[in-house]
Design a protein around this ligand. Structure first.
Ligand SMILES: Nc1ncnc2c1ncn2[C@@H]1O[C@H](COP(=O)(O)OP(=O)(O)O)[C@@H](O)[C@H]1O
Ligand SMILES: [Mg+2]
Length: 344
């Protein structure tokens, strides 16, 4: 990353609410000649790049106190604005879920670039884009269900905290060493406020969001409209695109706008009576998938956000519920039964 090393001289310390704030004190070469960033709490290995996104580069790092391997996401504020990087840090500090990447600490480089450094739990198993690219539409429904259930759990946790992610896509779901899903990349996320309604505190989604954001191909059709959009409903469309890609091995269209002829053909096919899944397959047969899975895709790829599945409807959908562990009467913990398929 251009200019980064020059910037890694000293980092001002800011108090962290949770997790630690790193103070970058010096930069040196170790005996193997690797470029290392030496910080108060974390050592960053700039030779070990583990990922690159549209605004950040991620390197391997180590927690000096515990020896734990962590990831260091380095964001250039010129690319996302300081707002995005700060927002991501605050959101990660708010969230706490096994399928959302855990925040470990943060820092800021000195010098003109003032890169943001975010220390995160390491997810060393690659991302879902690679899984889909390698599988070529051949993932079994059991594997799909396991991955997608974890993706839904992560998004449901964000929504319950008032956070709309707004950039859900296969590249932003990474896997840890055990193959479990972790949701990353919150620099475009929106945090809704709360209001009192009938004595209870509820998330206030009365005002539509107007900032067009997300990634072409995954962003909901309403995100680019003047009327604005609901961040949670837009996330559900993006989850639908992810599931379609995981199940069928290809994206439904390049972008959900009239500019894309495939999307125009998709809306026309729906108007003439096709289901969204059939319309998105555009005459291709696609891999054999159960009706219950197709029903979820149909519910998520609804162009009308008001008719789209909600996260709780999704969690209760037949495809997911049929394989859920059955709670055993008299025992608090869930017990997996190989014979029963319904929890009722
Ligand atoms: N905690 C992590 N563990 C492993 N890889 C990560 C982690 N966080 C980010 N990455 C990698 O870095 C890339 C860029 O990070 P991301 O947060 O998506 O930034 P961007 O906003 O640039 O897309 C990701 O696509 C992923 O490959
Ligand atoms: Mg990303």
């Amino acid at each position: 990353m251009e200019g980064l090393n020059a910037a890694l001289a000293t980092i001002a310390t800011t108090p962290a609410m949770f997790g630690r704030c790193c103070q970058m004190t010096l930069r040196h070469k170790d005996i193997h000649g690797r470029r290392l960033g030496s910080t108060g709490d974390f050592a960053i290995d700039f030779e070990m790049r583990i990922g690159r996104g549209s605004s950040a580069v991620t390197y391997a790092a180590r927690d000096r106190a515990t020896g734990e391997q962590v990831a260091c996401k380095v964001t250039n504020p010129r690319r996302v604005g300081s707002d995005g990087a700060e927002r991501e840090r605050h959101i990660l500090q708010m969230l706490n879920h096994r399928h959302v990447i855990a925040f470990k600490g943060h820092g800021r480089s000195s010098g003109s670039a003032r890169h943001h450094l975010l220390f995160l739990e390491m997810a060393s198993g690659g991302d879902l884009f690679d899984v889909v690219a390698k599988s070529n539409g051949k993932l079994s429904e059991d594997v799909l269900r396991r991955l997608f259930s974890q993706m839904i759990e992560a998004v449901a946790h964000c929504h319950s905290a008032g956070v709309a992610h707004r950039d859900l896509k296969l590249e932003n779901f990474v896997l840890d060493a055990a193959g479990d899903v972790k949701l990353i990349d919150f620099d475009l996320a929106h945090v809704y406020g709360w209001q009192l309604k009938e004595g209870a505190s509820v998330i206030d989604r009365s005002q539509p969001l107007r900032e067009p954001c997300g990634t072409m191909g995954f962003a909901a059709p309403e995100v680019r409209t003047r009327a604005g959009y609901d961040g949670f409903a837009a996330d559900l469309w993006s989850l639908g695109v992810c599931l379609f890609a995981m199940a069928m091995g290809c994206l439904p269209f390049n972008e959900a706008t009239v500019v894309d002829p495939e999307f125009t053909a998709f809306t026309r096919a729906i108007a003439s009576g096709c289901s969204p899944t059939e319309a998105a397959l555009a005459g291709r047969r696609g891999p054999r998938r159960s009706l219950a899975l197709r029903a979820i895709l149909d519910g998520l790829l609804s162009v009308d956000p008001l008719k789209r599945l909600t996260i709780s409807e999704l969690q209760e959908s037949a495809w997911l519920v049929s394989a859920r562990p059955v709670p055993s009467p008299g025992h608090g913990a869930a017990v997996i039964s190989s014979t029963r398929t319904s929890p009722h």
